[in-house]
Design a protein around this ligand. Sequence first.
Ligand code: PLP
Length: 373
Amino acid sequence: MIFLDNAGTTKMFAECVTTYSHFACDEFYNPSAVSRKSAFVHAKLEEVRRVCLKKLGALKGTVIFTGGATESNNLAVKGAVRNGDFEYVFSKGEHPSIFNVARSLENEGKIVKYIGLCKDGKVDLAELEKTLNKKTKLISCMLVSNETGAINDIKKIVGLKNQLSPQALIHVDAVQGFMKIPFSVEDLGVDMLSFSAHKFHGPKGVGGLYVRSLQLIKNIVDGGGQEYGLRSGTENVPAIMAMHTALSMIDVKGNFEKVTNLKRIFNEIVSQESDIKILDFHGSPYIEILSFKGVKGETMLHALEERGVIVGLGSACSAKKAGNRILENIGYNKDEIISSCRISFNAYMTESEVKEAGNIIIETYKEMLKRLS
Ligand code: PLP
């Protein structure tokens, strides 16, 4: 099976399973208890926190361990909400774990503003500039789109924020960027940033929220006060330690180059069929969209799976829903959207795998066209 849905999730490194097992069955102690064994586990978590900060390029702040990016995103946004005459700004390209939080805020009567996307899949900076003001409390904008791979210019967004809404916090959902494209939180100038381990070959159900200062947000769950009081509940030590193993195994720059090359090889093959359109937003090399003229994306997905290739239909959370909010926003028509599949690579695939996948995609497309004619 050739797996081309790595934006949905990635295969966990075998080494992570070994680490997980060790911290689940041998060093299984509660990091908040007082025994020496617990102190040892606590120290291990602090070590992982430091490693996360280093990988994020953070000189200050901390990382709150969470149960994945949906939770990190909820904590960042809901934790920043305050009573009063404030405005909250989101891009229209956000993942449901932000977009639906924004909708909830709206339902609660908060003033929520949405910024559209340009043809290149990026947030419309001119619209953002018109929207930001002295009442803006929070701006949340993703780094890399999980749907298109487009990369937002977060530095420019931070620049606009500093100029027009210096009081506002800026949160970035970096799930599709962390450990995939080189960046640093200091360089971007963000206040909060979410990440998730299962997108970089770590376990599912664990991730983190970087916060520049613990004072920026309030907790959204009450409990024992773990994670500086911002995320109560016993830490998922085996998963955090397994995430650490994944962090230590990845060479971000090397992988970036490798995937750029894999995507180029793949595109050379699929572009031989002129009715397969590559919607490449020239952002992350890890993600692109293929549009199959005259054949539904879902039909292609199932036919490809039968032939040993797994592709995506867009975000796993939205894949079962009709249409695609993001592509609609960018300006694609219904036919183009309905005939599209998301292709997402990982750095551990071989050139021959992507070549084989490209050829299978072309053959399958021709077969489907014949069946439909
Ligand atoms: N944000 C983005 C951009 C994503 O792609 C995803 C997962 O698809 C999430 C958030 C949610 O992450 P998790 O599965 O860790 O909750």
